[in-house]
Design a binder for this molecule. Sequence first.
Ligand SMILES: Cc1cc2nc3c(=O)[nH]c(=O)nc-3n(C[C@H](O)[C@H](O)[C@H](O)COP(=O)(O)OP(=O)(O)OC[C@H]3O[C@@H](n4cnc5c(N)ncnc54)[C@H](O)[C@@H]3O)c2cc1C
Length: 677
Amino acid sequence: MAASGAAAAAAARSPGAPAGTAARAQRPPSVRPARLPPLLVLLAAAAAGPGAGGAARLYHAGEDAVWVLDSGSVRGATANSSAAWFVQFYSSWCGHCIGYAPTWRALAGDVRDWAAAIRVAALDCAEERNHEVCQAYDVRFYPSFRYFKAFTKDFTTGENFKGPDRDLQTMRQAMIDFLQNHTEANRPPACPALAPVRPSDVLSLIDNRDGRYVAILFESSSSYVGREVILDLIPYENVVVKRALDTDQAFLEKLGVSSVPSCYLIYPNGSHGLVNIVKPLRSFFSSYLKLLPDVRKKSLALPEKPNEENSEVVEWREFDRSKQYTADLESGLHYLLRVELATHRTLAGAELKTLKDFVTIVAKLFPGRPPVRKLLEMLQEWLASLPLDRVPYNAILDLVNNKMRISGIFLTNHIKWVGCQGSRPELRGYTCSLWKLFHTLTVQAGTHPEALDDTGFEDDPQAVLQTIRRYVHTFFGCEECGEHFEEMAKESMGSVKTPDQAILWLWKKHNLVNSRLAGHLSEDPRFPKVPWPTPDLCPACHEETRGLDSWNEGQVLLFLKQHYGSHNLVHTHSAALGGAGEAEEQDGGPGAQSPRPPRVLPPTPRLSEPPHLGLDGPRGHRDTKAAAPFLGMGFSSLDMSLCVVLYVASSLFLMVMFFFFRVRAKRWKVRHHHPSV
Ligand SMILES: Cc1cc2nc3c(=O)[nH]c(=O)nc-3n(C[C@H](O)[C@H](O)[C@H](O)COP(=O)(O)OP(=O)(O)OC[C@H]3O[C@@H](n4cnc5c(N)ncnc54)[C@H](O)[C@@H]3O)c2cc1C
């Protein structure tokens, strides 16, 4: 038994959670009500693409200084723009992105006046209508920060910002460095010169009065203050700001500059002198200059910020916390296969091996509905039979989307969270479903070890954990989550000796993550991060040893096996997913065990297709959309053409056979009847 403060912490931290044993989630007041009549809701959801409403933007065009981009606006905004762009590609399910949002918002507000030269923007890759564009921009991890230079004509995925520090000041200074990376030819026209002027230039500025204020910021070479003030004053007229370095001491003394940074001001009437600023800070210099007489804000003709479309129509689904919902697991699989994996255009080497192993584990252990299990099994067989060591992602997508629909085997292409719903749309969702999938896999491996027979994993108690570890490391979009998970794995995954220990290892590590994230911005107040299972879910799991809460690990193991077992899996809310209705009936209702799916011959991979290039999105996606809804099944146009060719060929063959036998029959008659005549 391991000691912990489980129950007390749970009780202390969960006043907002539903009390009592039933623990049924109530409709939270913060969920946005549908503001449109039902028909318009449907139209809005359809326009936003499948799964709309599964994620919410962290930034809002009307409220934040951040420029909110999407699939329809990102290309137009960043291509051939008169300003540079600093874009954060994020995912609204990623805890780090949620935690970072206040900094990004503050940065955008802080540099609002720089917008004619450089803009701070964000694009939510978790929104389904943005999936293709995020692939086209080669976004693999969230958040990804990209610069786009002004006047970029050809499509580019942007320059990566990769610094370890992402605090506001570092990002602001990085934006300045980026602006200075422009050549004279492509520098944003609204961006004043940022390089320092020489002492001789200062003297000529003093001599040549031009009716405006000219401010010269003297500073050290490592200081950013001068450049920040220059950019802060972009929208102001009747003032010009320059910067000069403190290298020529004699010259500084001549002007009376005794410390840096200092501001030397040339007035419109030609008088000049050092300005007395209370604190030598950017904000003090900028506000002093903005408040000078006759200095006014000019009205810059900035393009309109793109409007946000209403795609956040969220309907709350009642659910029971003591159950598992197929809809969560299937929605998670859909996201994993069609979105997360899609960021890898070609899979080869260790990546391909990781995918093959992960698909094998999921195919053998996933306890969901037959059509999905069949699909996973076929995917696994297909991957295993591949003679190649390199697979374009589009071939996988084609198989998942098109190839097996003919036999009714398919996976939902909608996101529908039930037990993973958040009280706000940006909370929970995918990462919740991924944890649930991982726990389900360790539990299934512990309770149905025979499922892994003949896979090569049968005698390895760490097989499932190690495969999950490699998946998280290679494919999970939240890079920092992956790094934390890897640290935990390095530390103790090697000590797991039995499948039961594997179940408990994942449970313990998940609780460690919970306690690390308690109080984090990504924590849903309706679903607080507490040691799990809470006493209401599993009273027997909790004990008290000398006044301290402790776990009864034997009971925890029993509880996990029951909670993540196939009998606890409920198909409610799954019926609307793809061809789910039939499956529910076949299954005999919620939680019913169903036989393993029959083996079906894997389809021939279409490997000759080149991987996707360009902005139109991966071909596989286009194939999916081009699929004709013929007889309710998704035949692609290639499938239809092959059918026609086969039909014509077989008709021709029959005709040839017919004439051949007719001729032979005539000859035979001639040969056998002629002599008797
Ligand atoms: C591998 C991995 C690593 C992650 N690392 C980070 C990170 O470093 N930083 C970050 O911000 N986010 C991270 N996340 C996301 C984060 O853990 C949560 O998934 C996210 O905050 C949503 O939380 P949630 O309330 O839905 O509950 P989750 O923590 O996602 O849990 C989902 C469900 O699992 C059950 N559960 C809870 N605890 C346990 C347990 N100990 N054992 C078994 N079942 C349990 C509960 O029913 C819960 O509703 C990670 C996710 C994964 C899959």
